[in-house]
Design a protein around this ligand. Structure first.
Ligand SMILES: [Zn+2]
Length: 187
């Protein structure tokens, strides 16, 4: 029995749609089950919000994708600077952009306050012959503020977080299914 004709017909029916062929040309980004793999700097994201899948009013938002920071950060806040990361430039809608930028701003404000409370009083104490006592309070306050920043960094919700990072690739969960559909399968 010759089934090659049927097989050919079936392959025609299952031929990739325009969307899928577009997905195949997308570079340095892949789908691995329910996760998206993005390569550092080079990943080309589909033009829709990675969180809600919306296609209108989306624009790219540079992100540093890290694994969730562990409790280690509470003992050594400086460890935050040494965790591996992947730079990505996904598309996000207005709502998710606003939420993420607000959260980033609060984190930076806490860190800036901690540094200012530490460095400012140090300069005052070293520069004056008879320094007032209040800079010492500033110094003392810088420690809890720094811990506040570390806790915030651990606990805050983020637009994207990596499940794991291998070399220059990040495996990212929580991506909208339609965005995953727009990415080529992991070869
Ligand atoms: Zn969105």
């Amino acid at each position: 029995m010759n089934t090659s004709g049927n097989a050919f017909a079936a392959s025609q029916v299952q031929s990739p749609s325009a969307d899928r062929s577009e997905a195949a040309t997308r570079k340095y980004i892949w789908r691995d089950g329910e996760m998206l793999i993005a390569r550092n700097i080079y990943a080309e994201f589909p033009p829709q919000c990675i969180i809600c899948g919306q296609e209108n009013h989306c624009s790219q938002l540079p992100c540093t994708v890290r694994k969730p920071p562990g409790a280690m950060l509470l003992f050594l806040p400086a460890a935050a600077a040494f965790t591996p990361y992947v730079k990505a430039n996904p598309y996000v809608c207005r709502v998710h952009r606003r939420t993420e930028l607000r959260a980033r701003w609060l984190g930076r404000a806490l860190l800036t306050a901690a540094i200012a409370l530490f460095v400012g009083p140090l300069i005052m104490l070293s520069g004056l012959e008879r320094p007032p006592t209040w800079p010492v309070f500033g110094l003392a306050c810088s420690v809890p503020v720094l811990y506040g920043w570390a806790i915030y960094r651990i606990a805050r919700t983020r637009l994207v977080r990596a499940k794991h990072i291998k070399g220059s690739d990040a495996w990212i969960p929580g991506i909208h299914p339609t965005v995953l559909d727009g990415c080529p399968q992991l070869p």
